[in-house]
Design a protein around this ligand. Structure first.
Ligand SMILES: *Cc1c(COP(=O)(O)O)cnc(C)c1O
Length: 532
């Protein structure tokens, strides 16, 4: 059974349930699976997604990337796939979750998956529908309540966490701390609002989120929700959250009051594993539609901020999904592009506010996990990188890590001018509307494909509804100026006819409930005061 250990040297092995409750490892490292399960992408058989089958075929060290389930290879190419019923998202999610969280019972996992991925929470029966454009497939991950891809994991995390609390007989109240660059916050609030045994705190950069994102958060209902703007950027918020986790005295104080800290950020392994599922789902759909044959390689392009989404794609690859290249797309804050090109991670640069705010990040936390895996689990090496990042803001990766990355990882960045142009191009040529984050990925992919001639079928992770960034998207397709974010939503809807997501309708008239503004230094006190 897969267990979890820290990236930084603590050798204690934690169950999946424990790792989810803790959020961060005791030595402030991140939890990583000790072995990566192999997961079949062949759902054509009698459905081992039902309980009792063997979706996870044992444990490997991971990283090979070669599929083990090419049973259908050589079969006649299907077109349209109408003859065979489509595999439901829930079956795929269940199989992936069971492979990583073997300590959960089958019944519990079914309850978690069914509770999260349904028509109450998602406005598409496919949960994450796969759209086809001329150049690439767009995996629309934004059909959940808050219209961004964070819903894919945060709709299930509350179920996983409350199940884990029961499994572990945890009797303290769980206090969930969340730093957000805009989308995680609302998705976490929506997921945890009024969930018994939890209090949820969200900290967002005061001037670093879109008007719609902010309004979504400050209007959040629920007796256990706490939302603060912080004077600073996302990195400041994330650093402060991690510092609270590392502060033993502070933690002891909370524990004496009957509280235990956890996190809804993608530093929590319970955020990452559910995200592995949609890469499998995309692959299964491509096969079902006859776009690829089982075993064919695909490329995946991910608009990246904290490196969670792309890491989930890497876990999918390591678990056996045939992903040839992973393309890491950045906006002007191109730390990761530079790392991939030079082997040096250097956060010593100006933090740039862009039209893709959820990617405005200089310290991408989850990269630590990939480095750990590529270093062969060398926690001394990883701890060294992280010390050097803290003291000097930079580190250089080893030759082994660099070679490991070169095997599958490509990077690129697109600035606002290029990504907005891509939104306009795709709208005019194919009447397909992208948001600003997806547009960064799409532009980077366009550059990559033009430069390399790589014809591999490619999936671009589409991470938000265009309406969350309606002002920028409206500008990109040539619409005029409006008075506020809501007027932009109306104008965009009138011009395009694209449905406005459920969660954004009616937002204009919702009462503002959260008005707190704090500095990063004041966060610990704000939490204590709110808990009383
Ligand atoms: C969070 C987010 C990203 C970045 O994802 P990471 O997992 O942090 O790399 C990209 N686009 C949108 C819309 C997001 O909300």
């Amino acid at each position: 059974m897969t267990s979890y250990i820290s990236t930084r040297g603590d050798r204690t092995e934690f169950s999946g349930a424990r790792a989810i409750i803790q959020g961060l490892a005791p030595d402030k490292g991140l939890f990583v699976p000790t072995g990566i399960p192999r997961i079949s992408y062949d759902f054509s058989g009698a459905g081992d997604a039902a309980s009792g089958g063997s979706g996870a075929d044992g444990v490997t060290g991971g990283g090979s990337g070669a599929g083990d389930a090419a049973g259908g290879a050589g079969a006649p190419r299907e077109t349209g796939g109408a003859s065979r019923p489509c595999t439901p998202y829930r079956d795929v999610a269940y199989r992936v979750m069971r492979a990583f969280f073997g300590d959960f019972s089958d019944d519990d996992l079914h309850l978690c998956v069914d509770g999260a991925y349904n028509s109450d929470n998602f406005d598409s029966p496919d949960i994450s529908p796969l759209a086809k454009t001329e150049r690439a497939f767009l995996l629309e991950l934004y059909h959940g309540r808050t219209a961004a891809f964070k819903d894919m994991a945060l709709s299930i995390l509350p179920y996983l966490l409350t199940t884990a609390v029961r499994m572990e007989n945890e009797d303290r109240k769980i206090v969930i701390l969340t730093a957000t660059s805009g989308d995680t916050g609302k998705a976490a609030l929506e997921g945890f609002a009024d969930v018994g045994g939890t209090e949820i705190f969200v900290f967002y950069p005061k001037d670093g989120v879109s008007e719609i994102q902010e309004r979504q958060m400050v209007t959040q209902g629920g007796a256990n929700t706490h939302v603060y703007a912080i004077e600073g950027n996302f990195d400041d918020a994330q650093r402060a959250v991690k510092a609270i986790f590392g502060d033993r005295d502070y933690e002891a104080g909370l524990e004496a009051g009957g509280y235990r800290l956890s996190s809804a950020n993608s530093i929590n392994i319970g955020r990452l594993v559910p995200q592995v599922a949609y890469y499998y789902f995309a692959y299964v759909r491509l096969v079902e539609r006859g776009e690829i044959r089982p075993g064919d390689g695909i490329n995946v392009v991910v608009p990246t901020g904290n490196f969670g989404n792309i890491l989930a794609a890497w876990y999918a690859r390591a678990a056996g999904l045939p992903i040839s290249r992973l393309i890491c797309a950045s906006n002007e804050n191109r730390v990761l592009t530079d790392l991939i090109e030079t082997g040096v991670y250097d956060a010593n640069r100006r933090f740039i506010l862009t039209s893709s705010p959820s990617m405005d990040i200089l310290i991408s936390s989850n990269l630590e996990r990939l480095l750990w895996h590529l270093s062969g689990g060398d926690s001394g090496e990883i701890a060294g990188y992280m010390r050097s990042l803290e003291s000097d803001g930079r580190y250089e990766v080893s030759g082994r890590v660099r070679e490991g990355m070169a095997e599958f990882l490509r990077g690129g960045s697109a600035d606002m001018a290029r990504s907005h142009a891509a939104i306009g191009d795709l709208w005019r040529s194919e009447r397909y509307l992208m948001d600003t984050h997806t547009a960064v990925a799409y532009s980077v992919y366009r550059d990559y494909a033009d430069a390399t001639g790589d014809q591999t079928p490619t999936v671009v992770a589409s991470t938000a509804s265009a309406y969350k960034f309606a002002d920028r998207v409206a500008g990109a397709i040539g619409l005029g100026a409006e008075s506020d974010g809501f007027a932009y939503i109306d104008a965009l809807h009138t011009a395009t006819g694209v449905d406005v997501p459920r969660g954004l309708r009616g937002l204009r008239d919702k009462a503002i409930r959260h008005r707190g503004v704090v500095t990063a230094e004041q966060m610990p006190d704000a939490i204590r005061t709110a808990l009383g």
